[in-house]
Unconditional design. Structure first.
Length: 167
């Protein structure tokens, strides 16, 4: 059995269909949606790996610190997108990131949801520099948050695999 880079069995991906009938068009939309999930999950995974690889240098080097901040920002933004997609595909109207994480937590994992809200708050601080920024505190917070982001990927991957098996 072959697996894609996120560990999902390739055989679970829906076969490509020609959109000649209404039913088949839905199949194509689902295939595109699956590809979008996989792209977001892979991007998030890569950015987390970047943060892990560069974070020690970031304590001393401004360029590394800015690279870590950007990679963390992109990882959290991918999580925001994934939570929104999950809600939409679960029949709920997506709202703001905080509300989406709250609802995602009710449906999937409340503990991870709380951590995602903290991650999004840190992302906002990094982007907008509210009341200044303590670099050491930000980097230490990222170290604490990374395992949560990795767990989020696993939960989303498991959910997606279940969804694909039911297609």
């Amino acid at each position: 059995m072959s697996f894609n880079t996120l560990g999902l069995p390739s055989s679970l991906l829906p076969a490509s269909k020609s959109p000649n009938t209404k039913g088949l068009q839905i199949k194509v939309v689902n295939e595109k949606r699956v590809a979008r999930y996989l792209d977001k999950l892979e991007h998030m995974k890569e950015r987390i790996e970047d943060v892990i690889a560069w974070i020690d240098e970031a304590e001393e080097d401004k360029k590394s610190r800015l690279a870590v901040y950007k990679a963390f920002q992109e990882a959290v933004e991918a999580a925001c997108d994934l939570a929104s997609m999950f809600l939409k595909d679960s029949g709920y109207l997506p709202k703001d990131d905080y509300s989406n994480f709250e609802k995602w937590g009710e449906l999937a994992d409340g503990r991870i949801s709380d951590c995602l809200k903290v991650a999004n708050g840190l992302r906002n601080r990094l982007v907008h520099h509210y009341n200044g920024l303590d670099d050491k505190l930000a980097l230490d917070s990222m170290r604490d948050i990374i395992p949560c982001l990795e767990e989020f990927i696993q939960v989303m991957r498991s959910w997606l695999e279940e969804k694909l098996q039911s297609m």
